[in-house]
Design a protein around this ligand. Structure first.
Ligand SMILES: [Mg+2]
Length: 237
């Protein structure tokens, strides 16, 4: 099933959607716990990881505020330890593009579609990630929760992308992500489609339950969903 209305803006999540996340985000959470002591014991650590999985896609500082039970200083130290652990993973080459992600973005832009990256990371970590992938200029707009107001599951990042790109209507926007919270932010923004991908944190049932209009095996299936010419490099996968 393709999307028939003309789409001029695609809002893309990063980790798990366009960038691989083979447990790297969870590893960084565990490193933060080891550094500042969020969980009291193993049972607490299991609960923490479950909460981290359920809230994947949220602004990370918001997740740490919950895990720190309102202790703002602890939350900030945990977030700093998380960001530093994740940036070490990035620096050691632990984050790679999802297969076909760059070709998909090039295909969108070649078709005149504006593109935006959204994330739950801080701007510094997002910049480090983009630099490590050579993606500094690959999309039109790059956003963190701080740029928009609130992170997911709120619609602030997709709507800020719409405003920044001067897109005429939410009916011309598609939001794509690997988590229920990404999908929910798309639904709440009124986007023409909120698309889930299966290369990240949440499964098809979770994405559908959040209101995904479409679920794709990966971002590489997006050009054909939008009825765009599929580059040979993507056909050949
Ligand atoms: Mg993600």
């Amino acid at each position: 099933m393709t999307i028939d209305t003309p789409i001029t803006l695609v809002v893309l999540d990063m980790a798990g959607t366009t960038v691989s996340d083979d447990g790297t985000v969870e590893r960084a959470f565990l490193a933060a716990d080891a550094a500042v002591g969020l969980a009291a014991d193993d049972a607490g650590r299991r609960d923490m990881l479950q909460y981290v999985r359920d809230t994947m896609g949220y602004s990370k500082i918001v997740v740490f505020r919950h895990l720190a039970n309102g202790d703002e200083d602890l939350a900030r130290r945990a977030n700093a330890a998380f960001e530093s652990a994740y940036r070490e993973i990035v620096a050691s080459g632990g984050c790679e593009p999802i297969l076909g992600a760059a070709d998909t973005i090039h295909a969108l832009r070649a078709a005149g579609v504006r593109t935006a990256f959204t994330t739950g990371f801080s701007a510094e970590t997002q910049e480090a990630l983009l630099a490590s992938l050579g993606w500094t200029d690959i999309v039109d707009v790059v956003l963190t929760p701080a740029d928009a107001g609130r992170g997911r599951p709120f619609p602030d990042m997709p709507l800020t992308a719409l405003i920044r790109t001067e897109t005429e209507s939410v009916q011309q926007m598609v939001v794509v992500g690997d988590t229920a919270n990404d999908v929910l932010s798309g639904v709440r923004s009124g986007a023409a489609a909120s698309v889930g991908v299966l290369t990240g944190a949440h499964d098809e049932a979770a994405l559908r339950a959040a209101g995904a209009t479409h679920v794709l095996a990966s971002i590489a299936d997006l050009p054909s969903l939008l009825g765009l010419a599929v580059p040979a490099v993507l056909e050949a996968r």
